[in-house]
Design a protein around this ligand. Structure first.
Ligand code: 5RP
Length: 297
C-alpha cells in the first residue's frame, strides 16, 4: 500500500485535449487485439512500417542447404541486422543465442521433406511457441496442391491457437512445382490465406500484376526471395515488391548464399527501409563487400 500521507492529488487531466491513439500503420490490424499489434510492432520497423525478416528454416525440408551448413557461423552474425528471424524451433534452440533480442517468426508446420511429397504437414504445439515467446507462427499453405485441404486446416487451427495468445499467424504460400507463380494464382492464394485468418502473408513476387495481388489481400504481404539470383537482381526484386505495396521481405537464400551476406542484408535494408533504388543499393553492397575484403587481408 503506497504511503497516502502528503500524496499529491491527481489534477493534470488535460481536459479538452483529445486522447492520443496511435493506430497501426499495417493494413488489416485495426481491429486486432493489443497483443497482436504489439508483436506485429516488433516485427515491422516503426519508422518505415516495413520489415527485413531473415529466413533460415530451409533445413526442415531440404537438410543442410548451401549457406546453412553451419548456422552458428553463417547466420548468427547476421541476426543483429534482421528485424525478425524466421526459423524452426530446432535451429532456434541449438544455434540462436537467447539474448539475440530479435522477434521470432517460428516455422510452425512440418511433416515432409524433399525426399517425399511436400506439404503433408501437421502443426507443432502452441505451448512450445509460447515458451519460445514467438512473435508469429508460420504454417505452410499449399493452395492448389495435393495437400491443399490439410494445409488450410492447419492454417485454421493455427489461427485458433494464436488467437488464444494474441500471436500473429504468418501464412506461407507454398507453390507446387506445377503451378504458375503468376498474379492470378498468387492473388487467389494470398486472399484465401488472409480470409482464413492469417495476420500477414508470405508469398512470391511476380513481374505482372503484383500490385493487384497486394491490393486484393486485406493484410500485409512480405515476399520470399526465392532461389539465389545475382545480387543486383535480388535487390531489384525487393525494390519492385516494395514499390508495389509489399511491406517487407522474408528472405533467405539471396542473403545467406550471397558472396557477402552481411553486405547483402544491409543493402536489402536500404531498399526496404530507406527506399533505395536497385543501383544505389547494389553500390552499397559492392562498397561493403570490398571493405570487408580489405579488412580480411
Ligand atoms: C519456404 C519458406 C522459406 O523460409 C522461404 O521461402 C525461404 O526464403 P527464400 O525463398 O528467400 O530462400 O518459407 O516456404
Amino acid at each position: 500500500m503506497p504511503d497516502m500521507e502528503g500524496n499529491i492529488e491527481a489534477s493534470d487531466f488535460c481536459v479538452g485535449e483529445s486522447a492520443k491513439c496511435e493506430g497501426s500503420r499495417l493494413k488489416g490490424l485495426e481491429n486486432a487485439d493489443w497483443g497482436v499489434k504489439f508483436r506485429m510492432g516488433r516485427i515491422f520497423n516503426p519508422e518505415s512500417g516495413n520489415t527485413v525478416m531473415l529466413a533460415f528454416d530451409h533445413g526442415y525440408i531440404m537438410g543442410p542447404t548451401s549457406g546453412l551448413e553451419r548456422m552458428d557461423l553463417s547466420i548468427v552474425p547476421l541476426i543483429p541486422h534482421a528485424d525478425c528471424i524466421m526459423c524452426t524451433r530446432g535451429a532456434l534452440r541449438s544455434v540462436v543465442p537467447p539474448n539475440s533480442g530479435k522477434p521470432l517468426a517460428l516455422r510452425f508446420s512440418a511433416g515432409s521433406t524433399i525426399l517425399t511429397e511436400l506439404n503433408d504437414e501437421c502443426l507443432a504445439d502452441i505451448e512450445d511457441a509460447v515458451r519460445l515467446d514467438a512473435c508469429a507462427l508460420a504454417p505452410m499453405v499449399a493452395i492448389g496442391g495435393t495437400f491443399e485441404a490439410k494445409t488450410i486446416s492447419n492454417l485454421a487451427k493455427c489461427v485458433d491457437y494464436t488467437s488464444r495468445y494474441s500471436i500473429p499467424t504468418l501464412g506461407v504460400t507454398a507453390v507446387g512445382k506445377n503451378l504458375a507463380r503468376d498474379a492470378r494464382y498468387l492473388g487467389l492464394a494470398t486472399r484465401v490465406i488472409a480470409e482464413n485468418g492469417a495476420t500477414f502473408v508470405k508469398t512470391y513476387y511476380c513481374e505482372e500484376g503484383f500490385e493487384k495481388v497486394v491490393a486484393g489481400c486485406p493484410v500485409p504481404i512480405v515476399i520470399a526471395g526465392g532461389k539465389k539470383l545475382p545480387e543486383r537482381d535480388a535487390l531489384e526484386l525487393a525494390y519492385k515488391a516494395i514499390s508495389a505495396g509489399a511491406r517487407g521481405v522474408d528472405m533467405g537464400r539471396n542473403i545467406f548464399q550471397s558472396e557477402c551476406p552481411r553486405a547483402m542484408i544491409l543493402a536489402v535494408r536500404g531498399v526496404v527501409h530507406k527506399g533505395m533504388k536497385p543501383d544505389e543499393a547494389f553500390e552499397m553492397f559492392s562498397d561493403l563487400k570490398s571493405d570487408g575484403e580489405k579488412a580480411a587481408k
